[in-house]
Design a protein around this ligand. Structure first.
Ligand SMILES: [Zn+2]
Length: 516
């Protein structure tokens, strides 16, 4: 029976193959190759070795050049960096990053400082003093403040932190720095980049330690005569102006090279100690890069251009992609769609689309869903394309070019790693990266070969005038869209993440409610 069966299957397969249009055969070939020999996780480990990639830091510039070389090694000779702006002061967090309680007990602390904030020249040791929050309390401890690390009271005690004016006095009295607690076991890194100048750099050290570490410090402060802390933070400012780049690589279309599909992610990351930006957004970067490799290796010839774009400046307000959009106005009508993966290591669970796009999207995801039956995808119809958003696809939607943020599905807990010390490859899930990269390759190939461009909303949301602002918080980007608005704040991502997670958990919660 066996030989007969396999011959029958082979025959049936060949018959199907012959019946399929050439473009479907190409998609099948790409999926097969991407599943059999996938390099996405290996690429992620390589990228992680560069370290975190704060926009404008030497690491970010290094990562751009690394990505260009990688694209070239896949056979995309036109891979290049493209300038989108410049910043007045760069910042690089060196590898010397440690924090300890040294007396009365020794304890390593997990901590962070904001990007673009001062560090130390070497290990800086001093007594811990509980932060005074009123003028009376200040008077009582003022003699002990010079050379001390000031520990802010936890919000849980109902004590208010010292008002800004009082905090300024603490620095004037010569404290080494001010230490606050994170609300959980995660320490989150952000940072202000606006208004920096090398002649007037920020001087006050600001440290956040993990909640359990803060609890331990406080416990000792209540018990012991003397608590000593030591911080060593290699935070270096680099004089600018520093040029800022995106990475662009094209598989040039054979029939309509000026029309394109863009596959993108952001190469920059926050840079708190411990983090290497593996999941925000290393996983998105390597999914795009691996899609490029698979497409090149399979030898398929898309009719339209497939452009791979790795942005920087995303974490500071989608700046790199906004700079790109403004610099490439002539392309707006010719971009079929933009696919953006910036939700962590989870797999591509589908897309939110408007009704007129649904048929093409259903056809596009079908072969991927079939190839990964355990990682189902869905097409969800929404009333309109989002106006804002919290990642680089929003830069395109703002001008009416359809941009999509992949629905993230799977078991990974993005909140655990997002902007925290945990953003490392050990929390990335290799089999999901296989699906994500194959999905990017198959989707982009489908749209590159489709009979038409993706239909757009009848009334573009972004037909408003685009004011030109030459300066952006001290940064110059090419014709930025408008003042940085809250609709582009990356923090939205987190709210969206938890909302999505809540919706996904809802059936389970409902079941347990019914049971109880
Ligand atoms: Zn991100």
């Amino acid at each position: 029976m066996r030989p007969f069966l396999s011959t029958a299957i082979l025959f049936a397969f060949s018959a199907t193959t012959f019946a399929l249009p050439a473009s479907d055969v190409a998609v099948g070939k790409v999926i097969e190759l991407g599943k059999r020999d996938n390099q996405a996780f290996a690429l992620l480990q390589e990228l992680a070795r560069i370290g975190p990639r704060l926009t404008g830091s030497p690491n970010a510039q290094r990562a751009c050049l690394w990505a260009v070389e990688k694209f070239k090694s896949f056979g995309i000779e036109n891979a290049r960096i493209e300038e989108w702006g410049e910043m007045p002061v760069g910042f690089q967090r060196g590898s010397r990053q440690s924090a300890r309680m040294v007396a009365p007990v020794v304890r390593e602390l997990e901590f962070t400082t904001p990007s673009w904030s001062p560090g130390t020249e070497g290990p800086l040791r001093g007594p811990a003093v509980l932060e005074p929050t009123t003028e009376e309390e200040l008077a009582a401890v003022s003699a002990r403040l010079s050379g001390a690390w000031v520990v802010a009271p936890p919000a849980s005690e109902g004590r208010r932190a010292a008002p800004a004016q009082l905090q300024r006095k603490l620095y004037e009295l010569g404290i080494l720095g001010r230490i606050t607690s994170s609300g959980s076991e995660r320490v989150t890194t952000g940072g202000r980049f606006t208004g920096l100048s090398f002649d007037n750099l920020p001087t006050g050290r600001r440290i956040t330690v993990r909640k359990s570490d803060m609890d331990a410090i406080r416990e000792q402060l209540e018990r012991a005569e003397k608590v000593e802390l030591e911080f060593d933070m290699e935070n270096t400012f680099v004089p600018g102006p520093i040029k800022l780049y995106n990475v662009i690589a094209d598989i040039v279309g054979t029939e309509r090279p000026d029309e394109m599909v863009i596959v993108c992610a952001h190469l920059d990351s926050w840079d708190g100690p411990g983090s290497v930006g593996a999941n925000d957004n290393g996983t998105g970067v390597v999914s795009a890069m691996e899609a490029a490799r698979i497409l090149m290796k399979s030898g398929v010839k898309p009719k339209r251009t497939i452009r791979f774009a790795l942005w920087t400046g995303e974490e500071q307000g989608l700046l790199g992609s906004r700079g790109y959009v403004q610099k490439h106005k002539d392309e707006w009508d010719k971009i079929s769609l933009v696919l953006n993966d910036d939700g962590g290591t989870n797999y591509h669970g589908g897309y939110h689309v408007i009704e007129s796009m649904a048929d093409m999207f259903r056809q596009a995801i079908a072969p991927v869903s079939e190839a990964f039956p355990d990682l189902p995808q869905r097409i969800e119809i929404v009333a309109q394309m989002p106006r804002g958003g919290s990642s680089d696809h929003a830069s395109f939607n703002m001008v009416g070019v359809p941009g999509f943020y992949t629905i993230e599905a799977g078991r990974a807990d993005y909140g655990h790693v997002w902007h925290t010390q945990n953003d490392r490859p050990e929390f990335s899930i290799p089999e999901y990266l296989v699906q994500s990269s194959v999905d990017h390759a198959a989707m982009s190939l489908y749209f590159a070969n489709a009979a038409s461009l993706l239909p757009r909303p009848a009334t573009p949301l972004a037909d408003r005038p685009l004011p030109s602002v030459p300066e952006f918080g001290g940064w110059r980007i090419f014709d930025p869209l408008e003042e940085h608005g809250p609709e582009c704040d990356h923090d939205d991502d987190f709210a969206a993440y938890w909302w999505d997670r809540f919706l996904r958990e809802l059936p389970r919660l409902a079941r347990s409610f019914v049971r109880s």
